[in-house]
Design a protein around this ligand. Structure first.
Ligand SMILES: [Zn+2]
Length: 335
């Protein structure tokens, strides 16, 4: 089916993206169900518009158990004034709203992982309908796009802002300028393990300047990491000329994920003993984690060794692992 043959999105916004001023409303997605005949999913949205200028699209809660982005964006939505802005800022603090309300990575309605659901479908599941609305209605409006992530309940990350290596070097350079302006403690040239269906890819293929973050994880936020998110989004808006003033930048350490050797996965279940903490230097061949079989005492743990040297930038968060879980990610310091 060609794109022009797609039916309209079932989502109707209660805000007018062309109107001047501050509007708080919803992306209303019809979802008829047992406890609400003719009911809807009401995804909160704020639009702040003041005349001509670029449009920024700011999102959190793409995965429902990641909290730094929603904190920064609920705060920004209530505090950003029209007179502060030159252009348009669209804020959706909890993109996959059913997942956000449930505190889960994926939607409790259809198990949809929003960040693997692009370009979505207007006649698909609830999660596919949300993806389709961003793909066809919101992304085309945007010049710059920030999508906040962190590790959720199962991973924990060094706090970094990231962009991807892209075929269009001008688009890539502008994205890394925004990463620099965001000024997280770490800045990443990010490799995706599984880029198909991602919001990132959808935005980048439309030529948008796209940045993302991994600011922490474990299914919670900390004071420091929420502060990084709040400062970072304002820095990005200032750098893009949407908000007056200079970005409050600080030192950042640039990291690179050169290839798939960054990632280590468990091959059996068990009790995980980390041998390194986030930010620690790791040598190739060093034992990264030990996984103890839990069925009986007396058995040696399985050791997982680093396939490259670098620093530990992400780790499995819960104390028990299953086969296939990502247990560690190593990145290289590039400056
Ligand atoms: Zn995420």
């Amino acid at each position: 089916m060609s794109e022009t043959a797609l039916r309209p999105s079932p989502i109707s916004p209660t805000v007018d993206f062309e109107a001047e001023g501050v509007q708080h409303g919803f992306l209303r997605l019809p979802y008829s169900r047992d406890d609400s005949a003719w009911g809807s999913v009401m995804i909160p949205v704020t639009v702040v518009r003041n005349g001509e200028g670029p449009t920024a699209l700011l999102t959190g809660g793409n995965h429902g158990d990641e909290y730094e982005g929603p904190i920064a964006l609920f705060d920004l939505a209530r505090s950003l004034k029209a007179e502060d802005v030159r252009g348009t800022v669209i804020i959706v603090p909890a993109m996959n709203y059913p997942a956000f309300l449930a505190g889960t990575r994926t939607s409790p309605i259809d198990k949809g992982n929003l960040n693997r659901s692009f370009p979505g479908r207007p006649d698909g599941t609830v999660t596919q309908k949300i993806a389709d609305y961003f793909q066809r209605e919101l992304l085309p409006r945007a010049d710059i796009v920030l999508d906040f992530h962190s590790g959720g309940k199962t991973l924990d990350f060094l706090p970094f802002c990231a962009a991807h290596i892209l075929p269009d070097k001008d688009q890539e350079a502008r994205a890394f300028e925004l990463v620099k302006a965001f000024s997280a403690p770490y800045s990443m040239k990010m490799l995706e393990i599984d880029a198909v269906g991602m919001y990132d890819t959808a935005a980048e293929e439309m030529g948008k300047v796209f940045i993302t973050t991994e600011l922490g994880g474990g299914g919670t936020a900390t004071a420091k990491r929420a502060g990084i998110a709040k400062r970072g989004v304002m820095n990005m808006l200032r750098h893009a000329g949407l908000v007056a003033g200079r970005a409050e930048t600080g030192p950042t350490t640039w990291l690179d994920m050169p290839d798939g050797d960054c990632f280590s996965f468990a091959e059996e279940e068990g009790l995980i003993e980390p041998a390194f903490d986030l930010g620690d230097e790791v040598r190739e061949g060093a034992v990264l984690v030990r996984i103890y079989p839990t069925g009986r005492t007396g058995a040696a743990p399985r050791e997982i060794r680093a396939k490259m040297s670098g620093i530990l930038c992400a780790r499995h968060f819960p104390g028990l692992v299953k086969a296939g879980d990502c247990v560690a990610v190593i990145a290289i310091v590039v400056d």
